[in-house]
Design a protein around this ligand. Structure first.
Ligand SMILES: *[C@@H]1O[C@H](CO)[C@@H](O)[C@H](O)[C@H]1NC(C)=O
Ligand SMILES: *[C@@H]1O[C@H](CO)[C@@H](O)[C@H](O)[C@H]1NC(C)=O
Ligand SMILES: *[C@@H]1O[C@H](CO)[C@@H](O)[C@H](O)[C@H]1NC(C)=O
Ligand SMILES: *[C@@H]1O[C@H](CO)[C@@H](O)[C@H](O)[C@H]1NC(C)=O
Ligand SMILES: *[C@@H]1O[C@H](CO)[C@@H](O)[C@H](O)[C@H]1NC(C)=O
Length: 367
């Protein structure tokens, strides 16, 4: 914060030779300390006097307007305050610093206007949290274009795109707006439906933030065509049972409406539809048929079907019971096959072991 220009008038000094005289002993040290102040912060501008003899001290702003004439305010700007005036040190403060306050502040003796000291004030503008813009709607199989924007910083902020803790290199562009810089970084990512909801973030770092970062999180919104799947009821259905079919739907955007139909027929009178669920109470064989669930969004449509067979209350169902028998038969066959394999391997191993006793010495030679 402190910004010091040491003013020395015992030997004429030009600003150019100022720094080269640092540390020379004869006429006291001269130092110009450049300090960077955050925008909105308070800057301290100090003029160090040596052998002060009561002359008038003039402090001027970068436009060479006089701020203070020997301790008296000359420019109407309340942000400047004279906080110290001693024979060794004159110090003023500037509050709510803005980038337009940047530049060299002059300290000089009124009697000797060829010799002055300049203290250069720099203002640092840290970036706000950047914003993310989507230039192109993301559809599965396509690409998404994301732009991270930091509209105002000084010096320019550094933007980094991160996904799964890895950096995605972006195309960076900078634009100067007066004294500040607008920075953007654009990335293009191929997207599939699995990327929907995936998190990416844009981090802005800046010298004024130290190691901290201003981070904008963004979730990918990948549009994709719906999928539908009817979850069938378990077991068989007989007359008098009730049917409940649920249609499981995905899609982005998620289809709002589900259509239930029966192929080549109308839906049963007793059918009740609530959202993705179709219910029919007290089934009869007239309800036999193929039921269709359909959904659509702007990216496509999808359908699934379920064939309803309503059996007599007393029917003995062979088609369904045949399936477990087939499975049991298969398992048995596999078991028998495994046992045979194990037997063969056991016999083969025991034969090989006997053989290896005879060839023990050559084997030991390997070690
Ligand atoms: C102070 O800033 C001025 C202008 O930017 C520069 O010329 C000078 O070298 C700086 N002095 C120091 C001590 O950094
Ligand atoms: C300038 O101000 C200083 C400090 O108040 C004072 O000692 C000095 O006499 C003043 N010089 C003149 C010429 O008024
Ligand atoms: C600081 O300065 C800005 C313009 O540079 C102004 O908009 C803002 O109101 C000021 N803040 C205070 C607290 O004076
Ligand atoms: C619907 O009717 C058409 C012709 O009438 C026929 O070809 C088709 O197989 C029928 N579909 C079903 C699922 O019954
Ligand atoms: C309904 O399906 C069952 C099972 O296949 C069958 O026995 C019955 O005859 C069918 N009824 C009608 C009216 O199609």
């Amino acid at each position: 914060m402190a910004f010091t220009a040491v003013w020395n008038y015992c030997v004429p000094l030009s600003v150019i030779t100022l720094l080269s005289l640092v540390g020379t002993a004869r006429c006291q040290a001269v130092q110009a300390e450049n300090v960077t102040v955050l925008e909105g912060g308070t800057a301290q501008i100090s003029c160090r006097l040596q052998n002060y003899d009561g002359s008038i001290v003039v402090i001027q702003n970068p436009r060479r307007q006089t701020l203070f004439f020997n301790g008296t305010r000359a420019l109407k700007d309340d942000r400047f305050q004279m906080v110290l005036f001693t024979p060794r040190l004159v110090r003023i403060t500037l509050t709510n610093v803005s980038v337009s306050d940047e530049g060299g502040y002059f300290c000089q003796l009124y009697t000797d206007d060829t010799h002055h000291q300049v203290a250069t004030l720099s203002v640092s503008v840290p970036p706000d949290t950047p914003t993310v813009e989507v230039k192109q709607e993301a559809v599965e199989g396509g690409e998404v274009e994301l732009t991270c924007l930091s509209p105002r910083s000084k010096p320019p902020a550094t933007l980094r795109w991160i996904r799964d803790r890895r950096e995605i290199p972006g195309v960076v562009s900078q634009q100067e707006n007066g004294k500040t810089v607008s920075v953007s970084s654009t990335i293009r990512l191929p997207v599939e439906r699995k990327d929907n909801g995936a998190a990416v973030s844009c981090e802005a770092s800046h010298p004024a933030l130290g190691g901290q970062k201003r981070v904008r999180h963004y979730r990918l919104d990948v549009h994709f065509a719906p999928t539908v799947r009817i979850i069938p009821p378990p077991g068989i259905l007989r007359e008098g049972d009730s049917l409940s079919l649920t249609c499981s739907i995905t899609g982005n955007p998620l289809p709002r409406d589900v259509q239930w139909t029966r192929i080549n027929d109308t839906l049963p009178e007793r059918a009740e539809i609530s959202g993705p669920t179709l219910q029919v109470s007290r089934l009869s064989q007239s309800h036999n048929g193929t039921y269709l669930c359909q959904a659509q969004n702007n990216y496509g449509r999808a359908a699934d079907h379920y064939t309803l067979l309503v059996y007599d209350p007393g029917a003995v169902i062979e088609t369904h019971s045949a399936v477990p028998y087939a499975v049991i038969g298969g398992v048995l066959a596999l078991l028998v096959f495994t046992v045979i394999c194990v037997l063969i391997v056991t016999v083969w191993c025991s034969v090989r072991q006997k053989g290896s006793y005879r060839t023990q010495e050559p084997i030991l030679n390997w070690y």
